[in-house]
Design a protein around this ligand. Structure first.
Ligand SMILES: Nc1ncnc2c1ncn2[C@@H]1O[C@H](COP(=O)(O)OP(=O)(O)OP(=O)(O)O)[C@@H](O)[C@H]1O
Length: 244
């Protein structure tokens, strides 16, 4: 039975909403450099609901990528919790963290990070193959997703044989292939020209609607940021709702 006194001691920020796919509580990140402590994130609290789209903006060096890496379990916080569907990814061992990351999260970076020696199809199927899915099923699902992002005619092309916009669409297909709850994107349009950036933005919004996948986008592109449900500004190590 739950203890009502213990529950009363919880502050509002301790409560994780029921539809939370990704949350952090009292997140801090600092680096010790000699006798100095460089604090990047002071006390960040965040809740991302199912299908919700948020963008994180802020000046260069504010700690946006640091925060994204922490939310995705790619880096560990100095203090605080990162909760993926209510489970603290920061407190897990490497193996459990990788598993949870592979199952629940997808990643898209400014530079596509595709493997040059593999085709678009193989790159897209990779997270499923790593998770132990059978080859045939992994390739079927990857082909369907590549078709969905408009690259059904480029399955066998390697990254060097694709345009920048096409490479980014492969990276998006790869991020979605394991049907994650949330995709974390770091400047997904930062390396694209206007038309390609616009096409990738539109694609992300369509996929978010279709698949109810939450999106967390770090960007300097205010047009992309403005198309999210919430825009959060990272400033002086804290997140603030940006006012329109
Ligand atoms: N390993 C490290 N040791 C010390 N300082 C670090 C380390 N990694 C990052 N930093 C510092 O943390 C700060 C935040 O970096 P981060 O890349 O998160 O910023 P950002 O907001 O994403 O910047 P940009 O918009 O330019 O990409 C920077 O000042 C950086 O120098």
């Amino acid at each position: 039975m739950s203890n009502p006194d213990a529950a009363a001691e919880l502050s509002a920020s301790d409560v994780i909403p029921e539809n939370s796919v990704l949350a952090c509580r009292n997140l801090r990140k600092f680096y010790i450099q000699g006798s100095e402590t460089l604090t990047i994130l002071h006390d960040v609290n965040l809740d991302i609901g199912s299908g919700e789209r948020i963008s994180i903006v802020g000046p260069s060096g504010a700690g946006k990528t640091t925060l994204l890496h922490m939310l995705g379990g790619l880096d560990v916080p100095s203090q605080g919790q990162v909760l993926v569907r209510g489970r603290d990814i920061a407190a897990m061992n490497d193996r459990d963290r990788s598993r949870l990351r592979n199952r629940e999260l997808g990643f898209v970076y400014q530079f596509h990070h595709l493997l040059n020696e593999f085709s678009a199809l193989e790159n897209t199927a990779m997270p499923l193959l790593i998770a132990g899915e059978k080859k045939l099923k992994a390739f079927e699902r990857a082909a369907a997703l590549l078709d969905r992002v408009g690259l059904g005619h480029r399955l066998k092309h390697r990254p060097a044989q694709l345009s920048g916009g096409e490479r980014q669409r492969v990276a998006i297909a790869r991020a979605l292939v394991n049907e994650p709850a949330c995709v974390l994107l770091d400047e997904p349009t930062g390396n694209l020209d206007g038309d390609n950036a616009e096409a990738v933005q539109a694609l992300l919004l369509e996929l978010n609607k279709e698949l109810a996948i939450s999106l967390v986008i770090v960007t300097h592109d205010l047009s992309l940021a403005g198309r999210m449900d919430r825009v959060l500004n990272l400033h002086d190590g804290n997140l603030h709702e940006a006012t329109a």
